[in-house]
Write a protein that binds this ligand. Structure first.
Ligand code: FAD
Ligand code: NAI
Length: 591
């Protein structure tokens, strides 16, 4: 009888499962034919990109109101916060990606292509399906092109040339959403493109993983000299922002937890990790306590941190650095260099800025938008920009800083003690979080402008700083958090708007975009993380949260990114990867 019950439960279980799958397929087919029937009857929204900005938009847009087409060279969404983990094998590559088709379903059409040009008057985009050097040096292009110039040839491709045909095409739009992200900024430093690794796309992470393995296997060659072994096992990370810090942390974990086991002598005598930062502290966008904690923690983790050190050139076997206040250049022998010194606008972003006019699109960081995220200078409001490629007009912030100056200058002298003014700006940050980004950037400018060391700041000096800063400053940080909130906001706005081309959204009771900062997280290695709640108003108001560091923070970090994984599939893979790494260690083979 028990056997009979087990049999019935099994049959019912499998039956339900297959019925559910059949229903899903039917629904998919039904939705697809529904959307085909309504083609040409609805306004068309074209979304460029499949990243943190585009995907939340595509998931929330009302497809019964619009025909939605997504164009992007990457047919998957990438969970960028886990890239440092992928680069050392803590997490596997397929865990951090999800096919865009499975994420957006059949009601949104996806086309794998780069947008290479936009005609805002005719409302047409031009798309190319091959690597176009004009699109970007960029990581999206690199993703299907050569593995690494460093590995001695630009010929190894992931995809072999097949008989595919993919002609260039034009596409009309009623509304265009630009969510094409950014690319790595090399500041034109010689040798970076040729010899350093970036960490922005999945292929970058795979290349780094191979390069680490390669360095260790090379060091094991019997005829290697001691000096050469030390060079081969010296890993350099340039940039102490969150990317550089998280990568250095993951690399130290790999060395301590796995490579030490396989290469005990090399790890004991020759391995070195150096993080080079131009400023006087790492994670400069976070609370000072967090920067200090990270630096102390890195010393414990055997990561050398060179502060106030500027990398001037990357060569094949060394980096050339200059220390602050010195004119001398020093050469540091090393093997793998990871370049993480921030981001810049993609060529397409700059092309759109030029088409609209650089007098209006004056910010080099990205496309200037209004508070509804509509690109400035496009009269009918038909182009939106979100994520890393966009920046909200920061003039309001400049006004606010000027107003603060006037507020502090009670005696109306037109000059203020710089230190006093800084303190005031810092105090106001809690009330108006966006000021934080602004105040940190202008701090260095203060010191530079105050060349006569008077210690005073005049209103005209402040204005000139703000004017210059306006062209370089992002009102909001370039993070996934900002991009996804913007994506969701634009979807909601378009769903609600009765007339999307009306210049007056206020009349339609549509509210401008308001960013809600939930805090910043970074993994610092040794199963520890740091969490900074500065500026996260909704949380601070209720709980008065202080910066967190250490083990407790890592649980927050892990649970946050676990819940952020888009689907059950990737959540399951991530959980398995963490358990696998914990029990069996990382796979260090080079493939
Ligand atoms: P992306 O996510 O980069 O997406 C851009 C999309 O546009 C891609 O699909 C690309 O293929 C496509 N595209 C490019 N060119 C074209 C074109 N010409 N035509 C059409 N499509 C195009 N942020 C956080 O908040 N927390 C973190 O922990 C965090 N960790 C990070 C770790 C790393 C290693 C990196 C590199 C970034 C991290 N970030 C983090 C930042 C975050 O990833 C970015 O801010 C976010 O990806 C920006 O989203 P986006 O949609 O603007 O761009
Ligand atoms: P970043 O701009 O945050 O930091 C770059 C660092 O490199 C700066 O500290 C700068 O002083 C330093 N630098 C620049 N040139 C240098 C040189 N020649 N020599 C030595 N140091 C030099 O860049 P990052 O880390 O690549 O981040 C890019 C964006 O992605 C940021 O907006 C960041 O907030 C976001 N991000 C967020 C993460 C998180 O929240 N955990 C993780 C990773 C990225």
């Amino acid at each position: 009888r028990r056997l009979k019950n087990v049999f019935i439960v099994t049959v019912v279980g499998f039956g339900t499962f297959y019925a559910y799958r059949a229903y899903q397929r039917y629904k998919w087919f039904h939705e697809m034919s529904d959307s085909d029937k309504t083609l040409g009857t609805k306004q068309r929204i074209v979304v460029l990109g499949t990243g943190w900005g585009a995907v939340p938009l595509l998931k929330h847009i009302d497809t019964s109101k619009y025909e939605v087409i997504c164009v992007s060279p990457r047919n998957y969404f990438l969970m960028t916060p886990l890239l440092p983990s992928v680069s050392v094998g803590t997490v596997e590559t397929r865990t951090v990606i999800e096919s865009v088709r499975s994420l957006i379903g059949p009601r949104v059409k996806y086309i794998e292509a780069h947008c290479v040009n936009i005609d805002p008057k005719a409302k047409v985009i031009t798309c190319n399906t091959d690597g176009d050097s004009n699109v970007s040096r960029g990581d999206d292009v690199k993703a299907i092109l050569p593995i690494s110039k460093r590995e001695g040839g630009a010929s190894s491709r992931i995809i072999k040339d097949s008989a595919r045909t993919r002609p260039q095409f034009d596409m009309k739009y009623d509304i265009l959403v630009v969510a094409i992200g950014s690319e790595n900024n090399t500041f034109n430093t010689p040798g970076v493109e040729e010899h350093a690794h970036f960490l922005k796309e999945l292929l970058d992470a795979r290349r780094i993983r191979s390069a680490i393995s390669d360095a260790f296997e090379s060091a094991m060659t019997p005829t290697q000299t001691v000096e050469e072994k030390k060079r081969l096992l010296h890993f350099v990370v340039v940039g102490g922002g969150p990317t550089g810090v998280e990568f250095a942390a993951e690399l130290a974990d790999l060395v301590r937890e796995d490579l030490q086991h396989y290469f005990p002598r090399l790890v004991a005598n020759d391995v070195k990790i150096t993080l080079i930062e131009a400023l006087d502290h790492v994670l400069s966008m976070m609370d000072k306590k967090i920067s200090d904690y990270t630096e102390r923690h890195f010393r414990r983790e055997n990561i050398e941190v060179l502060m106030n050190t500027f990398v001037k050139e990357v060569k094949q076997r060394e980096v050339v650095v200059q220390y602050k206040g010195s004119t001398e250049l020093k050469s540091i022998p090393c093997s793998m260099v990871v370049w993480a010194t921030g981001i810049k606008a993609r060529p397409l972003t700059n092309r759109i800025r030029e088409i609209i006019g650089l007098n209006i699109q004056s910010n080099r960081m990205g496309l200037l938008t209004d508070r509804y995220l509509r690109v400035k200078g496009v009269d009918d409001g038909s182009i939106f920009a979100i994520g890393d490629c966009a920046t909200i007009q920061p003039a309001k912030l400049a006004d606010r800083i000027e107003a603060l100056f006037e507020e502090a200058d009670t005696q109306n002298r037109g000059a203020l003690d710089i230190q006093q003014f800084r303190t005031l700006v810092e105090k106001k940050v809690a009330e108006y979080p966006q000021l934080e980004v602004f105040s940190k950037k202008i701090e260095d400018a203060f010191a530079e402008v105050d060349k006569n060391k008077s210690g005073y700041l005049t209103l005209s000096t402040l204005r000139s700083i703000l004017e210059k800063a306006d062209q370089k400053i992002r009102a909001l940080p370039a993070t996934a958090q900002v991009a996804s909130q913007e994506g969701r906001y634009v979807a909601k706005l378009l769903n609600q708007a009765s007339n999307v081309h009306s210049t007056d959204f206020q009349q339609q009771n549509l509210t401008p975009f308001q960013y809600k900062h939930m805090g910043s997280l970074a993994y610092v290695g040794g199963d520890e993380a740091v969490v900074d709640f500065t500026g996260s108003k909704p949380l601070l108001d209720y709980f008065d949260l202080k910066p967190l560091s250490g083990r407790s923070a890592v649980y927050l970090w892990k649970s946050f990114y676990f819940t952020e994984m888009f689907t059950g599939r990737t959540k399951t893979l991530l959980a398995f990867d963490w358990v696998r790494t914990h029990i069996f260690g990382r796979d260090i083979s080079r493939y």
